[in-house]
Structures are given as structure tokens and as C-alpha cells.
Design a protein around this ligand. Sequence first.
Ligand SMILES: [Mg+2]
Length: 411
Amino acid sequence: MKITDIRMMRLWGPRIHGVGGGSAKIAKVVVRVDTDAGLHGLGEVDDFMGVRQGIAYMREYFIGRDAFAANAIVSEMLYGTQAPNPPGVRRGPMGNNNIIAVSMCSPTATPWGPVVWAASGVEIALCDLIGRALKTPAYNLLGGKFRDRVKVYLDRSSPDDITDLSAWEKMAAGTVASGFTQMKFDIDFMATECVTDVWNRSLSLKQINRIVERLTVVRRTTGPDFEICVDCHMQYNAPDAIRVANALAHLNLFWLEDPTPITNPDSCAEVRERSPIPICVGEMFIAEQFRLFIDHRACDILHPDVLFCGGLHELRRIADYAELNHLPVAIHGNGGALATVAAAHAGAACRNFLGLEYHFIETPWIGEYVRRDGPLFRDGHVVLTDAPGLGVELDREVCRQHLAPGETLFD
Ligand SMILES: [Mg+2]
């Protein structure tokens, strides 16, 4: 089964709830891999800088290659191959826009960033495609499922009016009532009125006190059994991350996420050593970065994203290394419906899986642009089915309503 095309379709529309509350426009890009067998697979990428260029590169570079070779394609995209390279490999200028084929390393000579984000979306589409070809769910390509349903946790960021304690109470009560059992808030958006210097990576005592006050309202509303976690978005210096962790200790939080810049496992290890809250890291990591942080004893919980780590097989590989170190894995999720279902297949196939994040519960189109057997979520979970591949099809009407300017629906 040969790859005959790799196409993209960019959707966009309002995002009701985002970091810091409020609304904004957001785009999601659907990837489709076509084959000479008449079968296709669907994937998703985030519309980050360079990702669509990465997909365009992959279209030219991998046309004619074996569609079953998902691992080899991701590996070749990230690291290249030795000369004389695989049969059929492209060399020199490719396609109409003269993209230059690079066979000895990744197109950017580094496995990070847009290269792996593009490869992740294509790998997701290949898993869908291979599952359809073999008439089996994608989780079976990863060794089968440990569980029939995958727990989902909601990113809440913060209410629009962070100074209104009743808004925090309302947001917490609404999340509990919606059937989910875990939610996350953003430390860096919880008390922005107290920030006096946006550069120095610090948290003042006043800011910490407001964060504690607001999260105390959340904890009081949810009761003691609801899981709450907080995200620092890699913003803070080590001593202030430790300080806020200690100030929040009495609230019994599930994890403190990305407390310090992720370029340094040593500072994160220092925070972990002195934090009463478990440390979760890695939403933008590939496998080698997780290895570095695990080996430096810099994290308690791993947080890979199927859109950023290289896809389903890479996520499973990361989870296996964590499992060998007796560490759990939560799955970061900033994707739409398709990425969420793909991540659920991976989560089902990881023994040490904790939960899968979802950002867009207030923004229906992002959860509805693909359809599956049953709703996207049921009782705070993605329920896996026996449908082949990812078990999703485009909702053409929702896609049509949200096509970005200049885009056309897949035929
Ligand atoms: Mg995060």
C-alpha cells in the first residue's frame, strides 16, 4: 500500500475559553494520507509556525513509500537515514516550490519543533489508515488496550474575572457537574493583577496569596476527592516555584506542571526535591527529552502530547520508559476531536496511563469536526470502540462551516 498524497485542510473558528479566559480565534489542521489501495487515514496537527511547511515537505518526500512503515517514516523525518538511504528516497529539489530533500538528517537538521509536530500528524493519519487496512482499532497496533475507556481531564485555565471568587466557585461547580473528575488551572493566569515585572520569573507573596485564596475556593467547591492540578507554563525560577508549591500543599493537588523552563532538568529536579506536590513535565518533549528528565530525577509524572512527541507509537515508547522507572503518564492535549481520539487510543494502550487533557469543552465545533460511534465524551471518558483505525470520519458540515479562507473540503 503506497502513499499517493498527503493533504491538509485548515479549519478555524472561535475558541470560547482559552488561557486566561476570554475568547479568541483558533485553527486546527486536518491531515489526510491517501494510498493506491483507495484507503485514506486522517490525522491532526496544531497550526503552529512551520508545521504546514513540514507537512508539505512530507508530501513530497514520502509519496510512493510504504504506508505501513509508520515508525520508519517518523524516524526518517526526525533523524534521516544512512547512505545509500531507503529505496525510492527523494533527492534534490522536490515539487512545485522547490523544497530541498534532505535524506541524511531531519529537514532542519534537528529532531525538535515543527519537524516532529508535522511528523506527529502524519503518523496519526498512518495509524488510522493502517487500522482501516487491517480492519482493527488503532490501539491494537500498539499491543492492545489495557482499558475500555480513557479518563479525560479538563483544562480550565481561569475564569474571565479572576478577582471574582464566585466566578471560581461557578467554574469549579460546573466542571464537577459535567461528570469530569479532574481539572487544571494556570498559575500564570490566576492572579495577573499582582504581576509587577513580566520578565523576572518571580511570584510575589501577594500573587501567591491570591492564587492560594482562589484555589481554596475551588477545593472547597469540589470537595476533597476531586483531582486538581496546576500549570506553571515553564515560567518561574526555581525558588519561587518551590515557594508556591509549599503554599498550595494543604490543597492536596495532583501535580504542579512545568514549574521552570524546560531546557534545564537540573532546576526542575531541584524543584521536585523540595516540592510537596508531584512534578509533571513534558508537553512539548520528544522521547529523548523524557529520558533526560527521568534520568535526572526531575519529574514524577510524564505529560507527552500525541501532536508533539511523534505520534502514537512514540507516545507508547515514552510511556514504556516511564513504566520501567515506575512513573505514571498523563497525556497533554491541546488538540481537537481527532487528536483527542488518537490520544485516547494511545492512552488505552499504556499500562501506566493516568488521564488525557482536553481544552475545548466550551467550543463545540472543535469537538465535533469529526464524528465517531457515540459522543466524544461519556461520563468524563473517551469510550473506545471496535471501529477500525481511529474510528472517526469528518463531519463535512461542521468542517464546511469552519473552513479557513482559501481552503477546500477533502473530496
Ligand atoms: Mg501545560
